[in-house]
Design a protein around this ligand. Structure first.
Ligand code: PLP
Length: 447
């Protein structure tokens, strides 16, 4: 589109003609954008993207020879005894990856990949349609049924992403007569979804039950109240106090909505999520979650809950109505991931044991790790520069972790976020802790 505008300017038109005006507009836009980009660089908040030249997994190879050669194959996959992992996987050695949401290691699981290939061959590359025109295949219905069964809910609806599920639900469900009460640290997609709806909006302090209660009292004047919270918060690895939230919801006649992107598949005795972990599966009304993290890591999201709600979303939810169906290969991945999890929770247990190993060794080494028992392990450092240089130095030692600082996290709370996966081996975890200890001592982060 831009190129088109430039071409028109080149071809003709004197000063004051519409074509020249269009050229000026493009030039103005470029100047403004360059200024904004410079400001982002100047603020030190520029996000660069490292290019990975291998599969997602515990070991990565970066493009441009950034790290190591291919080596030892998928050794961590001893977890999946039915698969001939050595034959089917080839993880590069060198960079150890500790920053993916690949909690269960299913992104490169041989059975998950095979299921995707089979779905691709049988059902094609894509639907070229939204669901309600000609975009619903039997595999979409099967996956929705499986998701509902996994969460023990009445029905489920698929979206292209959980961002879309969050963008679609509040507007479809809530009117100006209603109220939504949202944790101040909820994910950006919940915040955006709430912005799109016309309900009365209350923002309560992070996990602060006194503040939530005060807001619920105020919200009694509205027809319906919906409390919305992340089940697990991705920056801190802390878990919402769902038991208390559900008690308050009961007291003030409110519904509870949770975003389970960082919980589905691994929290709770059988990996159902935060509601199972905290014993409130029957008290949470609506769950949104992703297929793009623990459940195979491809893409996709969903809402699961009461059938009339799901029926309404199929009629009213804009990201569902006006966006293409999930590609069959993606559906195949997620469906197989759920099968594996419903067969056994050994993978989730393995991840929990490795999380425990990392947290206790890091704490013993003198670091402060935020959250409790969650595979998101934020190594709290405080200073933004320290987090950045330590993350860079970790990469020099072959450990891929990311530093987060303001405005992604509050000022003075910079950290390096480490994410543990079931496919990390104990040796991988120990190597990471050793590197942190060396780098922490070098930069004065340890006493
Ligand atoms: N909600 C939370 C809490 C998330 O962390 C994310 C992803 O980062 C999303 C929603 C969006 O999920 P998706 O990648 O499926 O759009």
């Amino acid at each position: 589109m831009w190129r088109g505008a430039v071409v028109r300017v080149v071809r003709g038109g004197g000063a004051g003609s519409p074509r020249a005006h269009s050229g000026t507009a493009v030039a103005q836009l470029r100047r403004r954008l360059e200024g904004e980009l410079e400001a982002i660089r100047g603020a030190g908040t520029w996000k660069s993207e490292r290019i990975i030249a291998s599969r997602q997994g515990p070991h990565l190879r970066l493009a441009g020879g950034g790290a190591g050669a291919y080596g030892e194959a998928g050794r961590a996959f001893g977890l999946f005894p039915r698969c001939d992992t050595r034959a089917s996987l080839s993880f590069p050695a060198g960079i150890l990856n500790f920053c993916a949401n690949n909690y269960l290691g299913l992104s490169s699981h041989p059975e998950v990949i095979r299921a995707a290939v089979e779905a691709l061959e049988k059902f094609g590359a894509g639907l070229s349609s939204v669901r309600f025109i000609c975009g619903t295949q039997s595999i979409h219905k099967d996956l929705e049924e499986k998701i509902a069964r996994f969460h023990q809910r009445e029905d489920a609806i698929l979206y292209a992403s959980c961002f879309d599920a969050n963008a679609g639900i509040f507007e479809a469900l809530l009117t100006p007569e209603d109220a939504v009460l949202s944790d101040e640290l909820n994910h950006a997609s919940i915040i955006d979804g709430i912005r799109l709806c016309k309900a009365n909006k209350y923002r309560y302090k992070h996990m602060d039950m006194q503040d939530l209660e005060a807001k619920l009292q105020d919200a009694q004047k509205h027809r319906l109240r919906l409390v919305a919270t992340d089940g697990a918060f991705s920056m801190d690895g802390d878990i919402a106090p769902l038991r208390e939230i559900c008690q308050l919801a009961q007291k003030y006649d409110a519904l509870v909505f949770i975003d389970e992107c960082h919980a589905t598949g691994f929290l709770g005795p059988s990996g159902r999520g935060t509601d199972e972990l905290l014993g409130v599966m029957d008290k949470v009304t609506i769950i949104n979650s992703t297929l793009g993290k623990a459940l195979g890591g491809a893409a996709g999201g969903y809402t699961t809950g009461p059938k009339p709600l799901i029926d309404l979303l199929r009629q009213r939810s804009r990201p569902y109505l006006f966006s293409n169906s999930l590609p069959p290969a993606v559906v195949g991945c997620a469906s197989k991931a759920l099968d594996l999890l419903m067969e056994s929770n050994a993978i989730a247990q393995s991840m929990a044991a490795k999380t425990q190993r990392f947290r206790s060794k890091m704490t013993a080494a003198g670091f402060t790790i935020s959250g409790k028992d969650h595979p998101i392990c934020p190594v709290m450092l405080g200073d933004a520069r320290l987090a950045a240089v330590m993350a860079e130095d970790m990469l020099n030692r072959g450990i891929y972790v990311i530093g987060f600082s303001y405005p992604v996290v509050p000022k003075g709370k910079a950290r390096i976020r480490v994410q543990i996966s079931a496919v990390h081996s104990d040796e991988d975890i120990d190597r990471c802790v050793e590197a942190f200890t060396e780098v922490g001592q070098k930069h004065g982060a340890l006493p």
